[in-house]
Design a protein around this ligand. Sequence first.
Ligand code: PHE
Length: 451
Amino acid sequence: MATQQKSFSSNLGAIMAAVGSAVGLGNIWRFPYICGQYGGGAFLIVYLCFVFLLGAVLMMSEFVIGRRSQHRTLQAYGVVAKGKKGWNVIGVLGLITCFFILSQYLVLSGWTTSYIWDAVDGTLASLGTDAGAISDHFSSFSVSTWRPVLCLSIFAVLVLVVVLGGVQSGIESVSKLLMPLLVLLVLVLCVRSLTLPNAGRGVEYLFMPDFSRLTGQGILAALGQALFSLSVGMGAMIVYGSYIPVKDNLFSTAMWITACDTLIAVLSGLAIFPAVFSCGFDPTGGPGLVFCVLPNVFNMMGGAGVVFAAIFFILLMVAALTSAISLLETLAASCSERFNWKRLNSSMALFVLTTAAGVVFSLSLGRLSHIKIADLTLFDLVDKLNSIYLPPLTALATIIFLGWVVPDADVRDELSNHGTIKIGYYPVFRFLVRFVVPVALTVVLITGIKG
Ligand code: PHE
């Protein structure tokens, strides 16, 4: 195993790794379909407000906790609270959230892996432009037993290999390589999509706000999406924060990450909506947008469609990989530190546990679909936990902790790199941390629970 440096080598490395965590299925699979469901442009405006007012603030808060403590998620809160007992419980909550997110993420990433295969071996192309056949293919595949489990496992092994490589030689170098590749692939797809006939209607849908289509549910979804997309509310940015070099400016680092993540989400929208409109599909197609609608769109492009389909699913997998890496790293590094396990053992143990849970969630769509809790299959249950309850709860606890428990002087000291850089934004940040973000998260949680 490579030597284990406990920090990124440079600010660029830290930004790339954290962008790798943030940019994932959330940007390319989830953002376009949620945006499509809740009204296009109007949703985008609300989303942007949440991303910069709440998401970026939460990211900075997690960075402060991570870098100040120089500890991972299970111990960071206790260290920053300076011995006040009990605060580590937020870290435990974060790791539980992380565990469930990674297990579900593996299932979706497995689907992506399988679709690369389908694109390359001609299966997708053979379905032609028959929308029924394409969605049947997806439904029968996702409820089947072996193939999703196999693909999920292959993907999980890839994640494990990178995490075992360590912080600099594994995570940082893979992110530095894959992130530019990802941007390139999205741009190729954007160009293709924007040059299709009638592409303008898709662009209009994404950017022209129609507030009559925005509902309360849409606003909630925008907040949930902002947290998920920026990887906050599960302790991941605490671990990455603890790896950020001491001289880096946490404010500008968080802003770069937030901006890149948002840009990729918007570019994904620009790659998807024009194509969907041009081929006459419904943009409100929901979670199946990427797996059911896009193959159809690619097949309509004729011969080159196969190439674009392959590019698209590779893109999705690359994005998922760097996010899954950050989730496994958060779990493995936190447990290794807390229980004094070797990094190798800790990574292996968590790889086995999350993969096993992923397999169960995958099977719960088919073979185990009879097992229900509160009338939900296990997959739907974990989906609900991951989108409505756990991340906002962990985020709320974290922001209250930073705003009301951690001494103000410590937060200032960390953000200003011990007084060496200016933090003129601090009063606004403090106000957001103490009042705006907690209130917004509480409203979301209550509305979500009332359902
Ligand atoms: N932000 C990732 C995405 O958009 C998901 C993720 C959440 C990754 C939490 C790490 C931690 O897909």
